[in-house]
Design a protein around this ligand. Sequence first.
Ligand code: SF4
Ligand code: SF4
Length: 398
Amino acid sequence: MTDIADPVSRLEGDDIPVSKFLDNHLLGGTMTTGTTKYEKRSPNPSGLIPKWNPDSCTQCNQCIFVCPHAAIRPYIVTKEEVMNAPYPESFETIKAMGAEFAGMKYAIRVSPLDCTGCNACVEACPEEPKVLEMQDITIAQTENAKNWDYSYDLPARGHLIDKESIRGSQFQTPLMEFSGACLGCGETPYFKLLTQLFGERMVIANATGCSTIWGGSFPSNPYTVSKETGRGPAWANSLFEDNAEYGLGMYVANGHRRARLIKLVEDYVHQQDEVDATKEMTPEKELTHLLHHWLDIREEKSDACTKLFDKMQPLFESLVKSETNGDGVTRHAHTLLERIWSEREYVFVLIETSFVAMSYSFSISHLPPELSTTACFPSSLSGLLAAMAGLTILVLVV
Ligand code: SF4
Ligand code: SF4
């Protein structure tokens, strides 16, 4: 932030020496993630932010879903966390609904420095009278800002609930936040939702359009990583109408690298099965057992591979770092492990998504109806191939 993002934001980017990019490992056009949280939009144009009146809230999370900037979030908190808040008297809560949250509290918090005052959350609230109402942003601004910062750093509790519902999805930490999209943007909530569902294993091939401007205007990057795992969406942009080829190329390349990983794992477990006949449970045996399981479930599109990887990670880390003074077989196994570890991002079933602009799909009218669906508008041979290969193409018409 200090070396690059701050000077660029002050329009002093031309003065940054190339060495600063090297020092910060920003090579080949890469950029730091999660930088939009340092941009602030206060005071917002309306001078208003939503106030939550908890008594009649049904905890449906629809207000959270529509926020274009992830500036309003639901939190599941303990009594102790409420008492430890910077301003506990302003940290309103109600009993959290659902057996999964037994004994815990539900709170909605709004960031006064990131809310644009668009009113979308109030509009989305299905209750009458509304549970949210806009109020002057200056009322209790310090308390709200400090309580927001505190909540932002609390442990994520989304794993306690099934995320495949509007309510459940909104307890998942968004891995796209505080984008510079326009007030009330109808596009960003869907991208935010995708990151809540798949963000830790998402690869985005972004065509040029609105989603590039709010998604990657250097050095502002709304895509971020999970605090718990350090994983988040990988995002890249191509210009204009080559997006089908661009996304398809990424998809095919990742498929090849995954096939290579599968072969390495097969070789490793085969070798371990042959050599390790002892009954004693060793880290190698434990890892081999987990890798066998991974080979069985590796194509599951759920989070099964992610959860399995979390179990394998400490074993990998200790075995890859360990000394290898053994025989040739042991050294070969260690080399295989190192290669598997270096390809670990392909353990997951990557969710590969092309975010495309309308220009991409202009030629839809030239396609026969059987080749177009509401979800996918292939506009070229590559687009069609991409669709047939299973690449998800998201077209938003606003
Ligand atoms: S007013 Fe708009 S930006 Fe602010 S919290 Fe509500 S939806 Fe989000
Ligand atoms: S939309 Fe209304 S009822 Fe639903 S969680 Fe938000 S404030 Fe509560």
